[in-house]
Write a new protein. Structure first.
Ligand code: ADP
Length: 428
């Protein structure tokens, strides 16, 4: 087993596409790290560079203490599992699982042709490894079958088994569950986690599915445009997203975002929803509008029509120098409640669509300014009496809200002070 270390690793494909941009990432021995992000963000390229299937344009890749940039894939002591299982169709499950090991042992087997006893013991060793992996994955009863006689889930387990028997320093998984149906994905995911808990082999796993990332990873590495945005535990990523991109990517349904401005109204710091009209400093000439729109330095379209939310005390220091500026409020769907709760602030919205999910329901709504809002609430209680096309009061849990700088990757301003604003990949 081994740690994997990437230092300023960059990949520029012929034609100039910069798929991976100077990423730094240290994966500890035994760690399960998930690279997650939207299609095209550079996750597969990163994995393939670790595997040796793509050459890094610059930077250093280490597996254990060894720099592997120039080491061919077969000598990197890694095992890779892909989305398409790539099993040999003419071989049985047993042969598929044993094949890699047999190849590796071939020199030993050939040199011992004259010593059948020793050759037999090598073969026995291989058989024992296959048996152990098959038991772990509960595919022992399938060892004599050919791949075409297996379901998709069983084939993927064979592919995982083939990787396990090689006892590599690291496992690399590239979207291994994408070809499975929803239910099978969930069960196979749990199996992969169980296998990792038993073997503790260093693992790098690529997926575009945030739920898979949350459930599998010791650590999640969220990527966008070839850059690591955050590398953290699943809970820290969910609770303390570093920027708006991570906040919106992790969590389902995604976080609600509202453009607006921070103001002081009646001595209180208040967020006012609204689109920016201009970035003029100070009130326009002859302005006679209420304090809320005039004194803050920027103008909003339809001032006074958006909802207002009192900024909780815990955030006021951190946001003090943002008063009068554009800001983005982030609220997760599960932090909007129909019932009143402690430390909350009510906002009025129009309910359009109700999606029942069994125990919970998703409410699709819009604000006065037509900003979309999704809430995930328990299906019982007040929710049971809701109808579409009606006005609803939502209670925002003020303990859970976030504020971001404007822009797709605007920094999270509500994280505790002392939070670094260095580029994320410098901290990964
Ligand atoms: P992901 O795995 O996150 O979907 P990839 O690593 O596959 O992303 O791709 C990252 C970027 O590199 C994308 O813009 C993609 O189009 C580009 N890319 C991937 N492979 C190649 C290639 N062989 N040649 C040129 N561009 C590529």
């Amino acid at each position: 087993m081994a740690h994997v270390h990437l230092e300023k690793v960059t990949k520029v494909y012929p034609g100039g596409v910069k798929a991976v941009d100077a990423i730094d990432l240290s994966i500890a021995d035994r760690e399960f790290v998930v690279l997650v992000g939207p299609s095209g963000c550079g996750k597969s390229t990163t994995l393939r560079m670790v595997a040796g299937l793509e050459e890094a344009t610059s930077g250093v890749i280490k597996i254990g203490e060894r720099v592997v940039n120039d080491v061919p894939p077969k000598d990197r002591d890694i095992a890779m599992v892909f989305q398409n299982y790539a099993l040999y169709p003419h071989m049985t499950v047993y042969q598929n699982m044993a094949f890699g090991l047999t190849l590796r042992e071939m020199p030993g087997l050939l040199s011992r042709l004259l010593h059948p006893g020793e050759a037999r013991s090598i073969k026995k060793g291989i058989a024992a490894k296959v048996k152990r992996a098959a038991e772990m994955l509960e595919i022992s009863h399938l060892l004599d079958r050919k791949p075409k006689a297996l379901s998709g889930g069983q084939r993927q387990r064979v592919a995982v088994g083939r990787a396990i028997v090689r006892e590599p320093a690291a496992f690399l998984f590239d979207e291994p569950l994408s070809n499975l149906d929803a239910k099978l994905r969930v069960t196979t995911r749990a199996e992969l986690k169980r296998v990792h808990q038993r073997l503790r082999t260093t693992t790098i796993y690529v997926t575009h599915d945030q739920e898979e990332a949350m459930t599998l990873g010791d650590r999640i590495v969220a990527m966008k445009d070839g850059v690591i945005q955050q590398a953290d535990t699943p809970l820290a990523t969910y609770n303390q997203p570093r920027n708006r991109f991570v906040a919106g990517f992790i969590g389902m349904p995604p976080m609600n975002f509202f453009e607006g401005a921070l103001r002081i109204i009646g001595g209180e710091m208040v967020f006012e929803e609204g689109k920016l009209l201009s970035n003029k400093v100070g009130p326009p000439d002859g302005d006679s509008r209420p304090e809320s729109t005039a004194q803050a330095g920027i103008e909003l379209t339809l001032p006074g029509k958006g909802f207002r939310l009192v900024v909780p005390m815990r955030l006021r220091d951190a946001l003090a120098d943002r008063v009068g500026q554009r800001i983005v409020l982030g609220i997760r769907p599960e932090h909007l409640h129909l019932e009143a709760i402690v430390e909350s602030c009510p906002i009025e919205v129009k309910l359009n669509v109700i999606e029942p999910l069994g125990n919970d329901m998703d409410l699709y709504m819009e604000t006065n300014l037509n900003d979309r809002v999704v809430a995930r609430v328990e299906a019982s209680g007040r929710a049971a009496g809701l109808r579409g096309d009606s006005q609803v009061i939502l209670n925002v849990d003020l303990r859970k809200i976030h504020f971001f700088e404007p822009g797709d990757t605007g920094m999270n301003l509500s994280l505790s002070s002392g939070f670094s604003s260095e580029p994320a990949h410098a901290l990964a």
